[in-house]
Design a protein around this ligand. Structure first.
Ligand code: SF4
Ligand code: SF4
Length: 440
C-alpha cells in the first residue's frame, strides 16, 4: 500500500506514453502516404525559417494583441512543463519537490516565474474564450468552424485554465503547509504570486490543505497527460509540435512561383524547340494533379496536420471576402479529415481498401477550387507557413487535365496558349502589328 501512489503514477505514465507513441506513428504513416517532394536542401535557411517562424512566432506579430496573448500561452506551456519534470520524478520516487534542495535559493525564483506564467496563461486563455464565444471574432466563424472545431478550441482553452488553477492552488496550499511545519512539506522559501491567495486558504486545517495540495498535484499531472494524448488524437493543437518540422520543410522559393509538372514542362519545351533537362526524360506521372490525399505530397499532408484553424488565411482571401465558397482554412481542414479517414480505412480494412470517396468531390468541391485567384494572400498570412494554394492547384490540375473539365470560359484561353503561345487569340506573327501603327 505504501507504494500504491507510485504504482498508479507509473501505470498512468506508461499508458499515456504508449498511447502517444501509437498516435505519433499513425500520424507519421498518414503523412508518408503522400508523394515524395525534395525539401531536404538548404538546411541553414530551413533552420533559420523554423527559428523565426515556429520558435520566434514572427508572423503572429502582424496582429500584436493576439500575438502577445498567444506568446504567454506558448511560453507558459513550454516553461511550466519544466515543472512537470519535477512532478514526474516526485511521482515515480515518492519524493516531494525534489528540485528544492538541488536549486536551493534559486528554487523559489523558478517557482515564481512558473506562477507568473501560469497566471498569464490563465488570463490569456480566458480572453481567448471571450473572443471566441462572446465577442465572436469574425475569423473564428465560418462553415468549417461549426461543431467539433469550435468545441475543440473551447475544450483545450478550458483544460489549460483548469491546469493552471490546479497548479496555483497546489502551490498556495503547499506554501501554507510549509509555514505550519507540516511533515513532507519542506521549507522552500516564499512563493510570491500564490502568496496573495493564501488568505483564501488560511482558515483550512492541515488535512484539508493536504487534500487540496494532493488533488492539485494529481489533477495537474493527469490533466497534462490527458492533454498530451488529446493533442495527438483529432485536435488542431497538434500544431504545438508539428509547426516545427512544418516550418523547417517550408517552400523556400518565392510564394508566387508555381511548381510546374516536369512531364508537362518537357512537352512544352519540345514544342518550343527548347533544350530538355536530362532529368525529365523518364518523368511518367501516375496521375495529373490530385484527386485524393495520396496524390498530394507528404508536405501538403504535414501542413494539413499543422493547421491551427486560426482563420488568418480565410480572413485575407479575396475570393472568400467577395462571397465565394472558397476558404483556404477549410481546404486544410478537409485535407486533414480525409487523410484521417484514409488512415482509419487502412487500419480497419487494409492498405488497398477503396472506400469510393475522394478529397475532391466528397470534401472539397470544384466550385471552391475554381474560385482561387492564386494570389497567395493565404500563404502570406499563415503563421506556420502553410500553403493551401499548392493543394488547390493540384486538385484543379486533376479536374482540368484528367477529366477535361475546365470552366467553359477557360477553354478558349487554353486553346490560345496551345496555338498562339499566349492567352490571347492573335497569331504570334501579329503581335507586333501595333508597332507598325505607331509608324503610320
Ligand atoms: S491564393 Fe486562392 S485561396 Fe489563397 S488567398 Fe488567394 S484566392 Fe484565396
Ligand atoms: S492554413 Fe494557416 S492561416 Fe489558415 S487556418 Fe490554418 S494555420 Fe491559420
Amino acid at each position: 500500500m505504501e507504494f500504491l501512489p507510485q504504482v498508479i503514477f507509473l501505470l498512468l505514465l506508461s499508458a499515456s506514453g504508449f498511447f502517444i507513441t501509437k498516435s505519433i506513428l499513425r500520424i507519421r504513416r498518414n503523412i508518408l502516404l503522400g508523394r515524395d517532394i525534395n525539401r531536404y536542401d538548404r538546411p541553414g535557411e530551413r533552420l533559420k525559417m523554423m527559428t523565426l517562424v515556429a520558435l520566434g512566432q514572427k508572423k503572429m506579430f502582424k496582429r500584436p494583441l493576439p500575438a502577445i496573448l498567444h506568446l504567454f500561452v506558448y511560453v507558459g506551456f513550454i516553461i511550466i512543463n519544466i515543472e512537470v519534470l519535477e512532478i514526474i520524478i516526485d511521482g515515480l520516487f515518492g519524493t516531494h519537490r525534489i528540485f528544492a534542495p538541488v536549486f536551493k535559493g534559486l528554487y523559489p525564483s523558478l517557482i515564481n516565474i512558473f506562477e507568473f506564467l501560469a497566471i498569464s496563461v490563465l488570463v490569456s486563455c480566458a480572453i481567448f474564450l471571450v473572443r471566441r464565444n462572446i465577442i465572436k471574432v469574425k475569423r473564428f466563424d465560418g462553415e468549417e468552424m461549426k461543431r467539433w472545431p469550435k468545441l475543440d478550441a473551447n475544450i483545450i482553452l478550458s483544460i489549460e485554465i483548469f491546469l493552471m488553477i490546479c497548479f496555483l492552488s497546489m502551490n498556495t496550499s503547499d506554501g501554507i503547509l510549509q509555514t505550519r511545519g507540516s511533515e513532507h512539506y519542506i521549507a522552500t522559501g516564499d512563493f510570491f504570486f500564490t502568496g496573495f491567495l493564501k488568505p483564501l486558504f488560511n482558515g483550512l486545517d492541515n488535512s484539508e490543505l493536504i487534500f487540496i495540495e494532493r488533488f492539485g498535484w494529481w489533477a495537474h499531472i493527469i490533466g497534462i497527460l490527458a492533454f498530451a494524448m488529446y493533442v495527438f488524437t483529432d485536435s488542431k493543437h497538434l500544431h504545438i509540435f508539428i509547426a516545427f518540422p512544418n516550418t523547417y520543410f517550408s517552400k523556400l522559393d518565392p510564394a508566387g512561383r508555381l511548381s510546374n509538372m516536369p512531364e508537362v514542362t518537357k512537352e512544352v519545351k519540345l514544342m518550343l524547340n527548347l533544350p530538355v533537362d536530362a532529368g525529365n526524360d523518364n518523368a511518367a506521372p501516375g496521375r495529373f494533379g490530385a484527386k485524393d490525399v495520396q496524390d498530394l505530397t507528404w508536405k501538403n499532408l504535414m501542413e494539413a496536420y499543422s493547421c491551427t484553424e486560426c482563420g488568418r488565411c480565410t480572413s485575407q482571401c479575396p475570393a472568400n471576402l467577395t462571397g465565394k465558397k472558397l476558404s483556404p482554412r477549410k481546404i486544410m481542414m478537409d485535407t486533414r479529415d480525409r487523410l484521417e479517414e484514409v488512415g482509419r480505412n487502412i487500419e480497419e480494412k487494409g492498405k488497398d481498401h477503396q472506400d469510393g470517396k475522394s478529397l475532391l468531390g466528397d470534401y472539397i468541391t470544384v466550385e471552391e477550387i475554381m474560385a482561387c485567384t492564386t494570389c497567395n494572400a493565404c500563404v502570406e498570412a499563415c503563421p506556420v507557413n502553410i500553403d493551401p494554394v499548392s493543394i488547390i492547384l493540384q486538385l484543379r490540375r486533376f479536374k482540368i487535365m484528367e477529366e477535361s473539365q475546365a470552366p467553359a470560359s477557360w477553354n478558349g484561353m487554353f486553346s490560345n496558349i496551345e496555338n498562339n503561345f499566349a492567352p490571347w487569340k492573335f497569331s504570334p506573327s501579329d503581335r507586333l502589328n501595333w508597332v507598325q501603327k505607331l509608324n503610320q
